[in-house]
Design a protein around this ligand. Sequence first.
Ligand code: NAD
Length: 275
Amino acid sequence: MFLLIGTVLPFEIRNSEFDIRYWGGAGNVMNGFKDKKILVTGSTRGIGFAIAEILAEQGAVVGIHGRDEGRTAEVAGTLTAKGFSVFPVAADLGNPDEAVGLIKRFVKQAGSLDGLVNNAGGGKAVAFRGMKLEDWRNTFSANLEAAMLASREAYVLMRKSKQGCIVNVASIAAHGPGKWMGADYAASKAGLVSLTKTLAFEAARLGIRVNAVSPGMVATDMTASLSEEMKQGLGIPLGRLAKPEEVASVVCFLLSDQSSFITGQVLHVNGGLWM
Ligand code: NAD
């Protein structure tokens, strides 16, 4: 009995310290990312915004990225008003030049780059028989090529400083049939998982870590059109969609020193939808 308590209790204590220090509570006393320079793509709303907010709360200097200049400046402004160190960098990631330029512009303003989150992306539920090559390419361009180009620019810089973290936001659709999205979306996210592992393997000897998260269904603009009935019909074992913060906290874990021996992995955040 004693032995059992002795082994279980410290684990629980460690977990609660972890929660308080790194992910909120206790009046935000944590500063796990103090002065770290991190760019989060697609951070004007949804999962990206939640990631940016957690990082900024913990002392990071965060690049808020979106497609529209006015909207990006507005979102960065709301976080600056809370006392956080953030700044806007707008770019259309469907344009390869802008994807490359995004990292250069971030570093010009922040001075260096410690972390990159390739979160921007999206797609539609398109039946395969109606799939147009142009749409396929557009999805790949935003979901996979932009992540490759931004990661390549980031990796060149991280190699010099021999440190850095990249986290890619993939999807449950990457690991099986894209049941709720088109084949373009699922295939581009599967490519993102492959990119994650291949770059992680190459970068590991330099101390650079590359990981991914694969969300299931998350309550953001992407799923806003689902009716309550459709949500129940998804059969999510935990019985609901994820909140954006529940994905964001896992991304932040992968960016943090708490995951210092994790690379080339995909963490699934899906409420048990895929096991
Ligand atoms: P969202 O639509 O709320 O946000 C997507 C963000 O990406 C926006 O800021 C948008 O401006 C940006 N973006 C998209 N295409 C862009 C482009 N070409 N150039 C610049 N910015 C672009 O969606 P979300 O749910 O927060 O999605 C974030 C990520 O999570 C996406 O990669 C998405 O595929 C992934 N994901 C979402 C879900 C979900 O259920 N919501 C599930 C699995 C994966």
